[in-house]
Write a protein that binds this ligand. Structure first.
Ligand SMILES: Nc1ncnc2c1ncn2[C@@H]1O[C@H](COP(=O)(O)OP(=O)(O)OP(=O)(O)O)[C@@H](O)[C@H]1O
Length: 264
């Protein structure tokens, strides 16, 4: 890894999650998901990606053991665990009547930097907004933003907390093409610089192929494959998991992408 050695890799064991009588994830083992790298969590609708992400964050009822390096996160109280792990849900941040900058500062105070006013909190919050290309929104109100703008502010709120583990559920779903790529670039850069473990739920397999360092494919609550994206997103897997006839091709610059020929 290129960044500072933070807390180590993320591993989960015995992840079983039930909703009522229905078992959605059964005795699943995940990782190690490497520190300083972006891992993509892939799979069809309903395959269990969000449930697994929430289980890693400690937001599902489960006896799973989740370790970050030498730290057993599953033994920590929710507030202590939340200082290590930041989870950004699929739903956009609520359109509250709060200025964007205030909302980012409030998020920062909820992180390990908690403890009232600090000189650098405005500067750092503005810097994160600038890196996401939305510093011009700093004094706008959250309830007067578009969906994509709110998603970018949600990302700023997550990043400003400087977690060891960053868990993002479909963070690109409301973003235009430019922002999809600029956000992934920034998340990759932050992940490397800070030595975070970043796990991103993605539906766009091309972004996963081109931007993720590691991929995990879920199907019906089971891990179908894990490793470098190019080894996980393959024609046979796409057929089996997504029910599509597809090929992995490489563009003139050598980058892989999925070409779908049809559905099964
Ligand atoms: N709160 C809940 N109560 C009952 N069942 C749930 C609940 N949340 C999710 N499920 C079920 O658990 C399964 C996995 O859901 P999950 O949201 O983890 O899937 P996903 O892979 O994230 O899907 P998507 O790509 O559509 O967001 C689905 O069958 C879903 O219907």
């Amino acid at each position: 890894m290129t960044g500072p050695d933070r807390a180590g890799d993320l591993c989960a064991r015995n992840v079983t999650v039930r909703y009522g009588r229905r078992t959605v994830l059964q005795d699943l083992s995940l990782g190690p998901l490497p520190a300083g790298r972006v891992s993509a969590l892939l799979g069809p609708n309903g395959s269990g990606k969000s449930t697994l992400l929430r289980a890693l964050a400690g937001l599902e009822r489960t006896d799973a053991q989740v370790r970050l390096g030498a730290t057993d996160l599953s033994r920590l109280r929710p507030a202590a665990r939340a200082r290590h792990c930041v989870y950004l849900p699929q739903a956009l941040p609520p359109p509250v009547h709060l200025q964007v900058l205030e909302s980012v500062i409030a998020a920062r105070r909820a992180g390990p930097h908690a403890g009232g006013w600090q000189d650098d909190e405005v500067t750092e919050s503005l810097e994160i907004l600038a890196r996401l290309g939305v510093d011009q929104l700093a004094l706008r109100y959250m309830d007067a933003l578009s969906g994509g703008q709110r998603q970018l502010v949600g990302l700023a709120q997550a990043l400003v907390r400087r977690p060891d583990v960053l868990l993002l559920d479909e963070p690109l779903s409301a973003l235009d093409l430019h922002h999809q790529f600029s956000v992934m670039d920034m998340v990759r850069q932050e992940t490397r610089t800070r030595g975070m473990v970043t796990v991103v739920v993605l539906h766009d397999l091309n972004i996963a192929l081109q931007q993720a360092d590691y991929a995990v494919m879920l199907s019906d609550g089971k891990i179908q494959g894990a490793g470098p994206p190019i080894q996980v997103v393959t024609a046979p897997v796409l057929r089996q998991v997504y029910g599509v006839r597809a090929r992995i091709e490489h563009c003139s610059r050598g980058r892989p992408h999925v070409v779908v020929d049809g559905v099964e």
